[in-house]
Design a protein around this ligand. Structure first.
Ligand code: ADP
Ligand code: MG
Length: 487
């Protein structure tokens, strides 16, 4: 342990300040950009008046230094007068052994004074038109407003539709066209992280606030912001104003409702606002990570009301959808990305669209920065940290076990010589998933399945791919298994 690390241990404020700086950066640059470039920054130590921050690769280090170096320095200086310089270096996680995690400090504006100010801000959103934004566009600095601004890229036009999200998309479109239609109120969108819930909500809001005939007032905010607004209102004894403000909108959208689990008072307030608005014929749109009935911890009566309108879920992406999304985003960014690279990314980064987009953004930035075409080789290099994280810890054994359970066959049948369809098909599915989810080669996979030949694995992969194209139910089944294994 070096002295610099000790200083941090003795200086708990440093980690709090760092958490605050990162939080602020995230708000400034937006979620996608933050995840692409800044999330992996680690605080390595303080030496005199110089603070050291590390990033896992040279490319990231260069990028962050050139784009955010000044900003980081200003932010540090504002937080801590003793700091004058910020050194950004390449370093792994093990060069940063400090206890920095675990202290999640909410952005300062949410815990400190400006309560009065925020309350006077209208809930209704600005009505500026969406503009095409490139990777480099900065979102204008966000003040302490509690009604979140809309992301200009999150429009219906920018949303790529495929099997896993077509229903949710159609419902969102419908609500944007005719809010408060019977059967569509509330609209409840749910699905895992990064699958497009926020995107669709913003798209509805853009559409409604921009339309020329009968423009309507829309309030969009996360459940978290809803809670902070509510608490601030209680503190400053202006709950009436808060209620009136909320109840004056035509469309209320609350994102990530699961945040209200365990926050009983806020839930209660939301429930009343909800009922009031619905009774007045106003539209409600809500998103969450689970369906209303699975949101354990939300009051029963609220869950019931939430499930009364239209409930639409966003499924995990399929390979085909990931390819389409990558194609669309690459075209938008104006960078030619070879099909091989798109296929590689769609195979490797299966968790969610946000990660996929982050990887592509980084490739595009790299290509622009060095004026070099995107190649598979460059992809490996530029994304090596992301790819490593996605070389999941899923093992072939886990895949075999899960698939056997799912189809109700014995685990030993994964390596047995039995060729009955009831056994052979699940075995093929397991081989297919092993190819998709691990970095094992075909011969290695073959060996794990009772010493089968690599051509058998190859055959299994193409057979399953073909069946998935032909048979929707089968495809869903396989995607479900993939989702289970990845979670
Ligand atoms: P969620 O709210 O479900 O966690 P987001 O709506 O924030 O996810 O989506 C994460 C990122 O992925 C956003 O940048 C969004 O634009 C993008 N994204 C998700 N689904 C799609 C899609 N079908 N087409 C285009 N972009 C998408
Ligand atoms: Mg979201």
């Amino acid at each position: 342990m070096t002295t610099t690390q000790l200083e941090i241990v003795e200086e708990p404020h440093l980690s709090v300040q760092w958490t605050r700086i990162k939080g602020r950066l995230q708000t400034e640059v937006g979620e996608v950009e933050y995840r692409t470039w800044l999330r992996q920054m680690t605080l390595a130590g303080l030496d005199g008046d110089e603070i050291t921050v590390t990033l896992p690769t040279r490319f990231l280090r260069d990028w962050v230094s050139s784009r955010y170096g000044d900003r980081l320095r200003t932010m540090w200086q504002a937080e801590n007068a003793g700091i004058r310089r910020v050194d950004i270096r390449v370093g792994g996680a093990n060069t940063a052994p400090m206890p920095l995690t675990g202290t999640v400090v909410p952005p300062r504006e949410l815990v400190a004074e400006p309560v009065q100010e925020t309350l006077r801000e209208p809930v209704v959103l600005a009505r500026s038109a969406p503009t095409a934004a490139s990777v480099d566009d900065r979102v204008e600095p966000r003040s302490a407003d509690l009604a979140a601004p809309l992301d200009p890229r999150f429009t219906f036009e920018g949303f790529v539709v495929g099997k896993p999200n077509e229903f949710a998309y159609a419902c969102a479109r419908r609500v944007a066209e005719r809010p408060s239609s019977p059967g569509f109120n509330p609209l409840f969108l749910y699905g895992g992280v990064g699958l497009g819930k926020t995107h669709l909500m913003h798209a509805i809001a853009w559409e409604l606030t921009n339309r020329t005939s009968q423009p309507v007032s829309v309030a969009y905010m996360s459940a978290e912001k809803f809670m902070y607004r509510f608490i601030a209102a209680i503190r400053s004894q202006s709950t009436m104003e808060f209620k009136e403000n909320l109840r004056s909108v035509d469309v209320l959208m609350i994102d990530d409702l699961q945040f209200l689990i365990g926050k009983d008072n806020t839930q209660e307030e939301f429930f009343h606002t909800f009922n009031y608005l619905v009774e007045q014929g106003k539209q409600i749109v809500v998103s969450a990570d689970k369906s209303p009935s699975d949101l354990n911890g939300l009051e029963h009566r609220l869950r019931t009301r939430l499930g009364c309108g239209m409930v639409a879920d966003l499924h995990s992406t399929t390979y085909e959808l990931r390819i389409s999304i990558l194609e669309a985003k690459a075209a938008r960014a104006g960078v030619a990305v070879p099909v091989k690279v798109l296929e590689f990314l769609a195979h490797k980064i299966t968790s969610n669209v946000r990660e996929l987009e982050g990887a592509l953004n980084r490739l595009v930035a790299h290509a622009n920065l060095f004026g070099r075409p995107v190649t598979l080789e460059a992809t490996h290099e530029v994304l090596h940290d992301i790819l490593k994280a996605h070389d999941r810890r899923v093992t072939i054994e886990e895949i075999q076990k899960k698939v056997a359970e799912h189809y109700g066959i014995r685990l030993t049948d994964m390596s047995s010589a039995r060729r009955a369809r009831a056994v052979a098909r699940p075995r093929q599915v397991a081989m297919y998933l092993a190819k998709q989810l691990t970095s094992r080669s075909l011969p290695e996979i073959g060996r794990k399945f009772g010493n089968r030949d690599h051509t058998t694995v190859m055959h299994a992969v193409s057979r399953v791919t073909e069946l998935m194209e032909r048979d929707g139910t089968f495809a869903e089944d396989v995607e479900l298994l993939r989702g289970l294994l990845e979670s």
